[in-house]
Design a protein around this ligand. Sequence first.
Ligand code: AMP
Length: 185
Amino acid sequence: MKLVFLGPPGVGKGTQAKLYSEQQKIAHISTGEMLRAAVQAGSSLGKRVQSTIDSGQLVSDELIIEVIQERVRQQDCSGGYILDGFPRTIKQAEALKRLLETSGAALDAVVLFDLPEKVILERLAKRRSTEARADDSEQVQLDRQRVYREQTAPLVDYYRKTGLLKTVDASGSIEQVAEKLDAAL
Ligand code: AMP
């Protein structure tokens, strides 16, 4: 099973991706986590992306596509995976399509986690007080929402046209959203 989890920053898709991947015994690929790990490790990739991540902008399509190409080739992805935070632009979605086609594979579904921006910003304000992420200042969070609206939201129509899109209402508790996700898939 190959899934894409789509939705604005702070909607809770990372939490759901973690739970669902454990339940299905498939890999959870979070590009944000991979990049943050690279920054932590002080690798050359980390050094290249740090200021971009901190500002809430997107790293280049070329770079992230390379990261994904390498990641999905790894052994733990052979049984399937959830892509969490990739693709984020139409260009990335097209690269993913080509990547899958070369191995005769295809996506099974794209899940859109849906929640009004006002609710997301309230959730993020709470998270800001408990988690210390450098990209979590209020201004950066607003910038990240705008980047989503401008660069990532067009993917909703893109995937709707392919017939792969499933929408999950992301309001409620983690357990409630997990149940809605189960029902959708
Ligand atoms: P996330 O944890 O998914 O919100 O990602 C954190 C940051 O990593 C983003 O704000 C971007 O700077 C970068 N990033 C993660 N995934 C991508 C992607 N697919 N394309 C471009 N930048 C990304």
